[in-house]
Write a protein that binds this ligand. Sequence first.
Ligand code: XMP
Length: 527
Amino acid sequence: MQKIIVLDFGAQYGQLIARRVRDLHVYSEIMPCDATAAEIAEAQPSAIILSGGPASVYAQDAPRVDPGIFELGLPVLGFCYGQQIMATALGGSVGHTEKGEYGPAPLTRIGESRLLAGTPEEQTVWMSHRDAVRAAPEGFTATSATDTCPVASMEDTERNFYATQFHPEVRHTPYGNDMLSNFLFDICGLEPSWTMEGLVDSLVSDIREQVGRDRVILALSGGVDSSVVAALCSRAIGKQLTCVFVNHGLLRKGEPEQVEKVFTRQFDVDFVHVHAEERYARLLADVTDPEQKRRIIGTQFWKEFFAVAQDLADEGRPVKFLAQGTIYPDIIESGARKTGGKASTIKSHHNLIPFPEGVHFDLIEPLDHFFKDEVRALGTALDLPDSIVHRQPFPGPGLAIRIIGAVSPEKLEILKNADAIVREELDAYNARLFEETGERNSEHSCWQYFAVLPDIRSVGVMGDERTYARPVILRAVESSDAMTADWAKLPYDVLARISSRIVAEVPGVNRVAYDITSKPPATIEWE
Ligand code: XMP
């Protein structure tokens, strides 16, 4: 398979480049910058890209590159720090610029260039650097410059080495994608032939090779990440996979049934539905503190999960691997990967799971290179239903943190029914927007929406009778990453329908309020 290896000189940089290459239908993955030339050669790439990074090439602990990579006979492309490291390794010189260059910069092309071919003589590029190449190594010519940077890009067409000081991978370099296309298709002679189906095949064969005849266990939540891993493992190893679905009774209406249906009828795995509803109900009966709810739910979850692993071992089917739906942004958020590399990731994730004494699993994390929308595309390629692939985010502690105060069966019943109406109406609203705009998360579509049950009652009147019943709060937000959010500007008719349906169809509710607070200062969830 044609493959580009991106050597990652700093978190955030490498993955974005790999992503842009995949968007052009060439498979790409990252390797840590300290990979040796021999390790890289073993991966059989078609070319190498050196990413940017936050260090100065002159710093004591600056990441280095194995100079042997320039002897592999492969095309090499470097961006920013990648250009500087290429220049230093091949005999050019790098120095400090007076004030650095940050943000958009006007660039002027110089002479012919294979990398910049077809892009304007004058254009804007995105810069972020203090150091810069002063003199290109022998064999290279400078192909563009900015006010601060005499060698904004350089190339040696004999040896097929290319580099830019600017960042073609970011959207703020409008012709960056053309440059990447020039490299992949004109310079490396690759074909844009890689597809999601191709990715499924290669992930499946990697899993098969890693697992052999051993047994794998997976905590299946019904969310997109764990479901995609389950579907991949199912295709790779079938019933060697045990999917453990811990039902804590705090999922949304209809969800446990749907997960069970997909993973028993559509995928051929060993599916264990752990009915832990009553145990959770007892544990949560008097708990009102949100963080304590979270702790109890999380701790019990792993107890239930490890009990299944133990049962399998007792039956003579010991588990060697734990499969997880870790995706690339999870790794960035946990700060596990500073300069690329898997070892550090495995450690940090092990730390997150409270393994009982003496329990050890090897990890399988097939999605750890990918962004959420790529994982969704994989899910579609694996024939997972849209309801799973495009499921909105749902917190691990489930409805327990949407019931203010103690959780009781009566409150859970009310919340599940009210929430089902909210989802039905807003799913339909989002579907209408999708039809109109062709975008799933268009400007006004709701990103996350649900009902919250506060711990109060209020007076109402229904028919001729006075009621003293519960209100339900509607929460619907627009967001792209949950870090910030704004309340959704829903049309009045949609709000009116949700309100009248909840009051009419959910016994015990006589009022609906809409939360019109952004995040910050509020959070998306109420607890
Ligand atoms: P907040 O409420 O902090 O939520 O604005 C941001 C996003 O995170 C989800 N969330 C959680 N997810 N366990 C989870 O797995 C949790 O304890 C938890 N708390 C909040 C929330 O639904 C939103 O998408």
